[in-house]
Design a protein around this ligand. Structure first.
Ligand SMILES: [Zn+2]
Length: 300
């Protein structure tokens, strides 16, 4: 049986490799779903990490914003590596200073999180050539949330206690039924779901043999080259890049105090407590440590 140990995963996330900043993370051999009449339904199997890596996915995080040149730009969010990020810091200050609804309008875009894993395409009627092949697959936080749910023990009103499972496992994992609708912001995969726990199989539901699984394991793509390394990037670097494309706008003063329109300097906590208590935690940018911890726990 081919198994993977997850023990090093958390350490791996913290150690974000000492590669050079700006390493390209173009994804080669990527599986891109074909949309038919604006939607798709594909059966995929998420696969374990290649032998040399510690986690079955990598993550990239970035803030996108419109520059004064009218174009959209991107800066890396440094929170993934557990560092302070100027855009997240500024947003936190806005949420501290204003009631939620108002803060939402003022805050910059939250960091967008994207992940890459290996997948086996099991059933894909719109593009049958891809069936039975291994690809890299990029997905967003919606799919990651479904992975987390599936991996966590839970109480079902109908079925009772359901033990969390490692969806990436060849034998005890589950297929991802990837359903997406095309929208103006790209494909929306919210209707995707995981099937029941079962060994990896072909499109006719015939379980693969150990030799076939070994052949898939030998084809796994390294994921690390798809990860943007931000370890050499500083808080100041990110802020500088942001301010370069937003001429005339300054997010922080020389003492690194946030500059927020409508809020006098040094008077950020002016909002009354009763309004602040209504702040929905979910809307405050989360720290990566919390998410990683939670995820790590599900793997034990
Ligand atoms: Zn950030």
């Amino acid at each position: 049986m081919i198994e993977r140990n997850f023990d090093d995963y958390f350490k791996q996330i913290q150690d974000v490799a000492a590669k050079k900043s700006g390493t390209s993370f173009t994804i080669e051999n990527e599986f891109v779903p074909v949309m038919v009449n604006g939607s798709c339904e594909i059966v995929l199997r998420l696969l374990p990490q290649p032998k040399s890596e510690a986690a079955p996915f990598i993550e990239n995080r970035s803030h996108s914003f419109q520059g004064t040149d009218g174009k959209w730009h991107v800066v890396d969010c440094l929170r993934k590596a557990g560092h302070k990020c100027p855009i997240c810091d500024w947003n936190s200050a806005v949420y501290d200073a204003f009631p939620k609804e108002e803060a939402k309008k003022i805050a910059k875009k939250k960091a967008k999180r994207s992940f890459v894993s290996n997948v086996l395409v099991i059933k894909n009627p719109a593009d049958p050539n891809t069936e039975g092949k291994v690809y890299r697959f990029k997905y967003g936080i919606q799919i990651m949330q479904k992975i987390l749910e599936k991996m966590t023990d839970r109480e079902d009103p109908d079925k009772g206690f359901i033990k969390g499972m490692n969806v990436f496992d060849y034998y005890k994992g589950a297929n991802l039924i990837y359903k997406a609708r095309q929208t103006n912001f790209g494909p929306n995969p919210e209707d995707s779901y995981f099937g029941d726990q079962k060994p990896i199989s072909d499109k006719n539901n015939v379980p693969l043999t150990d030799a076939e699984i070994q052949a898939i394991d030998d084809q796994l793509y390294p994921l690390k080259p798809c990860e943007k390394d931000t370890s050499n990037e500083t808080w100041e670097d990110v802020l500088k890049t942001y301010e370069k494309f937003r001429e005339g706008e300054k997010l922080f003063d020389e003492n690194k105090e946030p500059i927020i329109p409508g809020i006098a300097k040094g008077n950020r906590a002016a909002t009354n407590e009763s309004v602040r208590s209504e702040l929905d935690e979910a809307d405050v940018p989360e720290t990566s440590a919390e998410v990683s911890d939670e995820f790590f726990d599900t793997l034990k």
